[in-house]
Design a binder for this molecule. Structure first.
Ligand code: SF4
Ligand code: MG
Length: 335
């Protein structure tokens, strides 16, 4: 399939009183048409900021694109005006969030909000027609009762609200749907239903999905390819099966170890020791080194680059880098 979204070397930095926060620091992400890609990492790793940058939703200032590019459907987004970006949003790309309550306006009915969202992008559509489109969209996400249009957000369950948000996101047939932890606030059964729904919509409409989550279970369930981020950078990328079977970066391996297994429900869950680094003060060398049980001398001195492991599998770690010998020699030469 053709490339739909191509983020290259993106840097989104925040200028604060206490210094520069490099929330996204040289990130490369590609999503092809119709593909479902997972973007994984702990909170604060830069995955949300990356996706908000694509949508043009990072307030600048304090945010500032310090480098790189975001190409969507061949168009460079980093230089578009706010108005042009707004036209793309909802039309060609849409986003859903963890808590739909904050994206839905509590004082308007679902119908009002959907009609308005539709007419924002389809100016020629009458209110009557927009209502019909809204109903159709609600049916496609499994909400069949007409009365929902006249209900207020608080009258719906969390799962229903997320379905409404998905319906609103899909109503203009976007090429890309960015979903930021859309099931995190939902209980497990509803979570599975929403993931099913997303898979179904992807099949029917060929809308590509960038699924942002801290939950590798969600990735296993839904995604074809997965990108792991740590401290503002991509540290590993592979197709889902490869990543689960053969994780190469110690951080990915740690994340996989911390997924609860059915038979271990009572045991204490593994968690990666230590904390994510302070983004105002990143460690020298590998950003994971302070938490890594395999850290070597070179890791504390030099930052590893993303390098190929096998076909369609890359990782940012000295353990697997062909440049390691050279880097070792440099360090010895310097001391
Ligand atoms: Fe660990 Fe070194 Fe690999 Fe970083 S580069 S993940 S510290 S082994
Ligand atoms: Mg987030």
């Amino acid at each position: 399939a053709n490339t739909l979204l191509e983020i290259s070397e993106l840097k989104m930095h925040f200028h604060t009183d206490k210094g520069v926060v490099k929330a996204v620091d040289g990130v490369d992400i590609t999503v092809r048409e119709g593909e479902i890609v997972g973007l994984v990492g702990e909170s604060g790793c830069g995955k949300s900021v990356t996706s908000l940058s694509v949508m043009g939703l990072v307030p600048q200032p304090p945010g500032k694109i310090a480098g790189g590019s975001i190409k969507f459907n061949g168009k460079e987004l980093t230089t578009l005006s706010a108005k042009e970006l707004q036209k793309l949003r909802g039309n060609e790309m849409a986003m859903i969030f963890q808590e739909p309550m904050t994206s839905l306006n509590p004082v308007f009915t679902i119908g009002n909000q959907m009609v308005e969202a539709i007419r924002l992008h389809k100016k020629e559509v009458s209110k009557q027609e927009a209502r019909a489109l809204a109903l159709e969209a609600l049916k496609s996400v499994g909400i069949a009762r007409d009365g929902v249009l006249d209900e207020y957000p608080h009258q719906l369950s969390g799962g229903m609200r997320q379905r409404v948000m998905i319906a609103m996101a899909m109503v203009c047939n976007p090429k890309l749907l960015i979903a930021d932890e859309p099931t995190t606030a939902l209980d497990v059964t509803i979570q599975a239903q929403i993931l099913d729904l997303m898979r179904k919509l992807n099949k029917e409409t060929n809308t590509a999905i960038l699924m942002i989550t801290h939950d590798l279970g969600v990735v296993a369930e839904l995604c074809e390819r997965v990108i792991v981020m740590y401290a503002g950078q991509v540290v590993e990328e592979a197709d889902v099966r490869t990543l689960f079977k053969n994780p190469k970066h110690p951080y990915t391996a740690g994340l996989l170890k911390s997924i609860p297994q059915l038979d271990q429900r009572r045991k204490r869950l593994y968690s990666i020791p230590g904390n994510v680094p302070n983004p105002r003060n990143m460690p020298k060398g590998c950003r994971f080194a302070p938490r890594c049980e395999f850290a070597m001398e070179v890791c504390r001195e030099k930052e590893p680059e993303l390098s190929p492991i096998e076909k369609n599998h890359i990782s940012r770690c000295w353990l697997h880098s062909e440049q390691k010998e050279e880097a070792d020699r440099d360090i010895v030469g310097n001391t």
